[in-house]
Design a protein around this ligand. Sequence first.
Ligand code: AMP
Length: 351
Amino acid sequence: MSTKTLGILGSGQLGRMSAQAAKALGIRTIIFTPEEGSPASQIADETIVAAYKDERALKILAKKCDTITYEFENIPLETVRYLQTLKPVYPDDQLLGIAQDRIAEKSFLSSINIPTTKWAEIHSASDIENAFEQWNIDELIIKTTRFGYDGKGQARLSRSDDLEAALDQFTPHTLIAEHIIDFECEISVIVARDQFGTTQTYGPVLNEHKNHILHKTTFPAPIAPELAERALKMTTQLAEKLSLIGVLALELFITKDGQILANEIAPRTHNSGHWTIDACAVSQFENHVRATCGLPVLPPGQHSTGEMINLIGGDINDLSAYETNEHAHIHLYGKTEAKAGRKMGHVTLLK
Ligand code: AMP
């Protein structure tokens, strides 16, 4: 048996926890990142510090790895396409392309009969006026089609707002408008799929946000079994239609009248799945590493329920309540500066 090497594009906490899972499996990891001293590099066997478009450095990465993955969706699509000419990259460029662009994402979801919020492409203030008219509403959300995260790149607008000014703040980005969903709750499901076509799912879990950043995940989501079943089915169907190899997360809204609407696909491990490290026999990170390294994915073997709390910015300065709690599993990401809004770690509280 030869040692496998997995390349990971990106170097944040998701890469770090994947590298930790790989290490336990005896799989080497090489992080490719423009950043020095990153959270993932502290764990990985090796780091290549270079720009994502540096083909010479990408060639070196490909030469050293058996397979390659990425830990966030804002990796340039050309980087993944270039690497695919040299070594397998999982998930592939089709999923990355879909997840990078809200129009591609919503169009794909509709094409496989997964319902989304009503949406429209926006190029001018009159497009927004038309959306207000056609949907017969007084408020909507506009979002940039690309590079939005944690509520960035989006704004709520009313009919009476200065629509030109609202558009100007997002220039030069392409935009969509979305119907505002008065949702009952937000949930997510994570699915892992291997090259043999086997899928394993985690969730659904309930997600609560503070300042647009995930604050708390409750596992399992306290929702009707029929809704949970539907959410699991949708996510598995998505993974199968994409011939996924790796892990993806589907973020969903549950409406007050019992509909489930897809909001966003993350083509990677997800913050709402961090609890799987402590509450499952096989975490989302292990199944991600397994799938991307050609191993079979395994049933999660969830043995506990509970909550995951994100440690944001200064939250890490007082962990005493968790440090004295035998049910609390603290995970810190090795980030030195506790900037406001920065994900510094998380705690899983098992029941
Ligand atoms: P997103 O960047 O699309 O994941 O949106 C970030 C957060 O904004 C979501 O988790 C929701 O809390 C909220 N949000 C986004 N889109 C909508 C919508 N169409 N209706 C209501 N809330 C939304």
